[in-house]
Design a protein around this ligand. Structure first.
Ligand code: MG
Ligand code: MG
Ligand code: MG
Length: 306
């Protein structure tokens, strides 16, 4: 039976590339293993795989009875719905420890770094396996994506060190240009249905018993969404009602200005002021220097929700 490596729902570039890379490493260590994704790839991930000539993983939604590795999360809400019937061999991640538990000991690599691919690249070193050129390229892109070209508060020296090594292997030396090229693909909103944009990088959280959704669009320029902002606001309102959530937030992150406009629909808008110390007006607020959902949005909201 082939073991599967899978990242979170609404796969992002790190989830996809970490699954591919970990699967490559484990195969070289003798495992019968393949990468998988829980859903369609986003435009950025497609661009990255095409650029380095790497095949997209199969979409797999049921994991019952399978041996699996989980990458880029350890949250039940982000994992396959039938995770309880799967056998978890390991977790490789860079988020806070989630609520996934196992019945048996597991291989666990969870580091406080900017990207799961930073951990996977380090695992190649640990096991003394050479990183192939194409895998180096996609891991490099995943790190540039997750760390927003090293600008995110989540970025560490380890991420930068690994990127320097990967760039030598894959022959990409201008990381800023590569990163911006990728974020331009990620920023493209034209012709994409509004709900797809809202859900493109969206996560549900349980905060003190209340449902909270936080989506994010990372843009090379905030003005890209000027023409659709009202529609985005209307849609997160609808999403909040559909989900019965207390709050739904959409982060419109300007990666060049290094800040985020937060769109807010909430039963109690004062949570935003309590969390971030700024007063929203008309359901939105600008948050200077805030780009990371994981490190700068979710922890502060969780404190307020208790
Ligand atoms: Mg991710
Ligand atoms: Mg990640
Ligand atoms: Mg991200």
């Amino acid at each position: 039976m082939t073991t599967l490596v899978v990242g979170h729902k609404n796969p992002d570039t790190d989830s996809v590339c970490a699954a591919i890379a970990l699967s490559d490493l484990k195969k070289k260590l003798g495992e019968d293993i393949a990468p998988a994704v829980q859903g369609e790839l986003n435009p950025e991930s497609k661009f990255v795989l095409e650029k380095f000539g790497v095949a997209a993983p199969d979409i797999v939604t049921s994991y019952a009875g399978k041996d699996i590795y989980i990458v880029d999360n350890s949250d039940l809400a982000q994992c396959p719905d039938d995770l309880g019937q799967a056998n978890i061999l390991g977790i490789v991640d860079h988020h806070k420890l989630g609520d996934v538990t196992t019945g048996q000991p597991l291989e666990c690599w969870i580091w406080p770094v900017g990207c799961t691919c930073t951990v996977v690249a380090s695992m190649y070193d640990f096991f003394s396996v050479e990183i192939p050129k194409d895998i180096a390229g996609i891991m490099l892109c995943a790190i540039l994506s997750d760390t927003v070209i090293f600008k995110s508060a989540t970025c560490t020296d380890t991420d930068k060190k690994i990127c320097a090594k990967l760039s030598k292997i894959c022959g990409e030396s201008d990381l800023e240009t590569l990163g911006i090229e990728m974020f331009k693909v990620k920023s493209a909103v034209e012709g994409t249905p509004i709900r797809e944009l809202v859900l493109r990088d969206y996560k549900d959280f349980n905060m003190g018993g209340k449902g909270v959704g936080v989506g994010q669009l990372e843009l090379v320029d905030l003005s890209i969404v000027d023409g659709i902002k009202a529609d985005l606001e209307k849609d997160i309102q609808a999403l909040k009602e559909e989900k019965g959530h207390h709050s739904v937030f959409l982060m419109l992150t300007d990666i060049m200005k290094e800040g985020t406009e937060l769109l807010i629909v909430s039963d109690d808008e004062s949570v935003v002021e309590k969390a971030f110390g700024v007063t929203p007006a008309n359901g939105k607020v600008w948050l200077d220097n805030i780009m990371s959902r994981k490190k700068q949005i979710v922890p502060d909201l969780e404190k307020v929700f208790g």
